[in-house]
Design a protein around this ligand. Structure first.
Ligand code: CDT
Length: 319
């Protein structure tokens, strides 16, 4: 696959969502998604990116039994009756979408999942979140929980790349965006575009982090990862106050130069759009980040051999 660019331009939209409260029904949420999909299509978008766990509130902030969580927040099939209007709208308006939701499989396995749907309304890719943040125990003293490790299994399929109407597109979800391996595994499959959804609480319950850093680190990882891999990155957040719990906004589209080319301004439902030029990434992948020419995997072995940091290698002194 190398640096072949199959298509030059693509209309790309990111649909940020404001809060989804516990009381909001799937029907109301899906109607909001359909409205944004229509707006994206009217702006000539070919793909619209929705957030992680877009159909419900960010329920891992609440302690409950797994049975209750399954009943209230997980999708047993996709599409299903509630979500079908979104698939219909995609077909009608000839636009693809990325959507995050909580998946329960027929054999009862639970994943934090995203799908890539083409403009014919067909699911062409599925991704199950690999980097699950948070904890599985009940932190009674904390102002809220982050129970992704309780409600979800680690994704079992790794990071894929799919041909979305001529654009090689990879997916990840929220915390994955902070890890360099996420993007490199996809750029080694010749991804041109990586799309992701997120729910990022403004407050860090693990240590006393200044609130502004949540947005700063979000920007840094998206910009650096786009540049270091010569790819476009599109990130859609669910944000604002969900039943009083705040999450960051700043949904954005980042060019392979690392520059932010579109950014949401508020913390409500908002569609941002860019007509992305896929040849921009080609320049980076042919020159500074020509993997074939310049990567040295023989010196990166620790990346797959070690999980945590260990002792320095015994390299000695060379003269
Ligand atoms: N949803 C998600 O992955 N959120 C994390 C919060 C990390 S703090 C436990 C994120 O990286 O934005």
């Amino acid at each position: 696959m190398g640096t072949v660019v199959s298509k030059k331009k693509m209309g790309l939209a990111v649909a940020q969502m404001g809060a989804v409260n516990l009381a909001d029904s799937r029907a109301v949420v899906v109607a909001r998604l359909v409205e944004m999909l229509k707006e994206a299509a009217s702006r000539q978008a070919e793909l619209v990116v929705f957030p992680e766990l877009a159909l419900t509130t960010f329920f891992p902030r609440y302690w409950m039994s797994e049975e209750e969580a399954i009943e209230r927040f997980f999708e047993k099939t996709m599409p299903n009756k509630d979500v079908e209007p979104l698939f219909e709208a995609a077909r009608k308006h000839q636009i693809g979408f990325y959507l995050g939701y909580a998946e329960i499989t027929e054999d009862g396995r639970r994943f934090n999942t995203s799908i890539l749907v083409n403009k014919s309304g067909k699911i062409i890719g599925k991704y199950r979140k690999v980097h699950l943040p948070g904890h599985s125990d009940h932190k009674i003293e904390a102002p809220f929980q982050h129970l992704e490790k309780k409600y979800f299994e680690v994704g079992d399929q790794g990071f894929g790349v799919w041909d979305l109407d001529g654009v090689r597109t990879g997916m990840c979800l929220c915390n994955d965006r902070r890890w360099p391996e996420t993007y490199r595994v996809m750029s080694l499959q010749s991804a041109e575009l990586v799309v992701l959804g997120y729910n990022t609480p403004s407050e860090n319950i693990h240590w006393n982090e200044p609130v502004h850093l949540r947005t700063t680190t979000h920007e840094i990882v998206l910009q650096a990862s786009a540049y270091q891999n010569g790819i476009w990155v599109a990130a859609a957040g669910k944000c604002g106050y969900e039943d009083g719990y705040h999450m960051i906004g700043s949904s954005m589209i980042v060019a392979p130069s690392g520059e932010i080319v579109a950014r949401a301004t508020g913390e409500d439902d908002e569609v941002i759009f860019t007509n992305i030029d896929l040849t921009l990434g080609q320049g980076f992948r042919e020159h500074v980040f020509n993997f074939e020419k310049h990567r040295r995997p023989e010196h990166y072995k620790l990346i797959v051999e070690r999980k945590g940091a260990g002792e320095p290698l015994d390299i000695g002194v060379n003269d």
